[in-house]
Write a protein that binds this ligand. Structure first.
Ligand SMILES: C[S@@+](CC[C@H](N)C(=O)[O-])C[C@H]1O[C@@H](n2cnc3c(N)ncnc32)[C@H](O)[C@@H]1O
Length: 383
């Protein structure tokens, strides 16, 4: 059964489906969802390029930031870092390669719901039994951790672990990938966009699925009334329940001494509603913008810019900076200067170290591009 058949069958059984349900199947169906059948970032075969896929520089900056947060937390041992929506594991590999000071106590937990991508973790990282990531140091005896469980220890999981922190929970370009809903303003009311079968009642794309408006429930309508004052007729706004639920879970996991860091493209709900929908609901296929979001289901990525004020209804972030500001504050300039100096020294040798040093300069340009990755928001929740 293809994703399209699956969705058509559900509509026949239950009537028009919430968009969240359609995206859940299209992106994450365990057999045919986009992320199970090859959807991934980076590389020549990738569908989109994220900061960790630009090269190892981003992971080196994250390594420095982890050291800073570890020290602020009182240098806990173990130091649990959760990489939520880890994709193929590139961020983890780059963080480890940067040899952060916290490495010997680091428990790096990759959380990735796609089994196809988790297989890549096993191929490219030395993974340990997940129980080791949370093995506590006995606070009474302060017994030294046996050599066998010295860090860095990496484990790979399907979902956020249900344990209490302290932990740093990082999510790079995860929240824009969580299923979302859409609302539309019509005749002074908010309506929810549902997905129905087209006239022919057949599943065949592109004419197979159509959008239908049904009244939006009071709770979410009240939320939009607060976040989008004076909406014009016809405007659309995102509904990000899954992102809010993820944040609740991530805050519980981080614990009161921990930290949640979300890196993504984002704006307020009102700002998004003020733009045409195709500027904030984006599809990607083979490094290009894909088709409209109800077409090619299962064959393209579907993302929604993160509505930061909807996350703030769970808890207001302590810090909200652009990726440019965050990278500068976290030491990217020093790393690039180091790269330039090494290149100047080793250019004649032309070995891998020299080429790596030179690539830092080009990587930094991509990461700091104010019209590209640089304009992402870095949101931090800390005590
Ligand atoms: C756009 S990719 C980003 C990957 C990686 N963080 C990066 O920056 O390259 C989003 C990833 O999140 C995964 N994902 C989506 N929902 C998830 C969830 N609830 N828990 C864990 N992983 C999830 C997807 O399968 C996908 O690999």
């Amino acid at each position: 059964m293809t994703v399209t058949d699956h969705i058509a069958a559900e509509i026949r059984r239950h009537g028009p489906l919430p968009l969240e349900r359609v995206l859940e199947v299209a992106l994450y169906d365990p057999a045919d969802g986009f992320y199970e059948t090859g959807g991934r970032s980076g590389g020549r075969q990738g569908d989109f390029l994220t900061s960790p896929e630009v090269g190892p520089l981003f992971g080196a900056v994250v390594g420095r930031a982890l050291d800073g947060w570890w020290r602020e937390m009182g240098s806990p041992d173990p130091f649990v870092v959760v990489d939520a929506g880890a994709g193929p594991g590139s961020l983890c590999r780059a963080v480890l390669a940067s040899a952060p000071d916290c490495a010997s106590v680091l428990r790096y937990v990759l959380v990735e719901r796609s089994a196809a991508l988790r297989r890549l973790h096993a191929e490219t990282l030395r993974l340990e039994d997940p129980a080791l990531a949370f093995a506590p140091v006995d606070p009474d005896t302060e017994a030294p951790v046996p050599e066998a469980v010295r860090g860095p220890i990496c484990v790979s999981l399907t979902e956020l672990p249900r344990v209490k922190g302290p932990a740093v929970v990082l999510a790079n370009e995860l929240l824009d990938n969580l299923p979302f809903g859409l609302a539309e303003r019509r005749a002074g009311e908010w309506w929810e966009v549902r997905v129905d079968l087209g006239e022919a009642q057949g599943p065949a794309p592109p004419a197979g699925f159509v959008q239908r408006l049904v009244p939006l429930d009071r709770e979410r309508a009240n939320l939009l009334d607060r976040l989008v004052p004076d909406p014009a007729d016809g405007v659309r706004a995102p509904l990000q329940e899954a992102a809010r639920a993820w944040l609740r879970d991530a805050l519980a996991l981080a614990g009161p001494r921990g930290r949640v860091v979300v890196i993504d493209y984002g704006a307020t709900t009102a700002t998004l509603a003020g733009r045409p929908q195709d500027r904030w609901v984006r599809t990607y296929r083979g490094h290009r913008h894909g088709a409209s979001f109800l077409e090619a289901l299962g064959e393209q990525d579907v993302t929604c810019e993160v509505a930061i004020d909807q996350l703030a209804t769970v808890k207001r972030p302590a810090l909200d900076r652009s990726q440019v500001e965050w990278l500068h504050a976290s030491g990217i300039d020093e790393l690039v200067a180091e790269g330039r100096a090494q290149w100047a020294e080793r250019a004649g040798v032309g070995d891998l170290a020299a080429l790596g040093a030179r690539s830092r300069v080009t990587e930094s340009e991509a990461l700091l591009d104010p019209a590209g990755l640089g304009r992402f928001r870095v949101l931090e929740w800390a005590r």
